[in-house]
Design a protein around this ligand. Structure first.
Ligand SMILES: *Cc1c(COP(=O)(O)O)cnc(C)c1O
Length: 235
């Protein structure tokens, strides 16, 4: 299947899932996760209309970005918005603040301070989502749900970060219904915080195996890798 065909098939599934809960397909941003995907396929997807592309690795982002940007420009396609969805180390905050338009994985105040400092130095404003650890697994990234309020309070000191919503990576499962409670929990958390933080609108939830359930639970951004690009060559 070509990237254009895969994108069309995905969009049809997004439309159907959105229709089931009386949402418009435009209320869901399809984010293509490009980790392990050869550049020509990412370029083909952007040419076919993919407007948002995500990377996981800050380390390789600079060279990869330059190469992709050049190839995309050669096709005449509009450049996509670049999202960072990987685990973020403090020593990579500078590269991420310089290279990405949106960061989905803010989970501690130190990282917010670093991103703010580097975004300010670069003269940029980043869209930032707070990653929440919905499963309580200690080895996973993400702030514990009870810490999100504190992070939001700290964000008042970060004028170059627009805290736009919440993100989660629930434990993967063969049965998408099993991730539904985690999605619902994140949505309830966002709704409970929204009174004091009206800018908190985005819910970045749902991947290839469960994005339809995520849309039913209110996802505004779905992060799709394999269902768009096929099996990864490497991660
Ligand atoms: C790889 C990855 C995805 C996409 O995973 P698929 O199952 O291939 O759709 C989404 N989000 C994050 C954070 C990822 O690392």
């Amino acid at each position: 299947m070509s990237e254009a065909e895969a994108l069309a098939a995905l969009r049809a599934r997004v439309r159907a899932a959105a229709a089931r809960v009386n949402r418009t397909p435009e209320s869901v941003t399809l984010l293509g996760v490009a980790k392990g995907v050869p550049s020509p396929r990412v370029v083909a997807a952007v040419r076919a209309g993919l407007a948002d592309v995500a990377e996981n690795y800050a380390q390789e982002a600079a060279t990869r970005r330059a190469e992709l940007a050049k190839r995309i420009a050669e096709t005449g396609a509009a450049p996509p918005r670049w999202h960072f969805v990987g685990r973020l180390q403090r020593n990579k905050a500078r590269a991420v603040a310089q290279l990405f338009d949106a960061v989905h994985t803010l989970d501690r105040p130190e990282l917010g301070h670093d991103l703010e400092r580097h975004a300010a130095a670069a003269g940029r404003t980043l869209d930032v989502l707070i990653q929440v650890n919905t499963s309580g697994e200690a080895q996973k990234g993400g702030a514990a749900p009870e810490r999100v309020h504190g992070l939001l309070a700290a964000s008042a000191a970060w004028p170059h970060l627009r805290i736009a919503g919440l993100m989660a990576i629930p434990a993967a499962s063969d049965d998408p219904e099993r991730t539904r409670p985690a999605f619902a929990m994140l949505r309830a958390l966002r709704d409970s915080l929204r009174g004091n933080h009206p800018a908190l609108v985005e819910l970045s939830i749902g991947m290839s195996s469960d994005f339809e359930v995520a849309i039913e639970e209110g996802a505004t951004i779905i992060r799709v890798g394999t269902a768009l690009f096929g099996a990864r060559e490497s991660t």
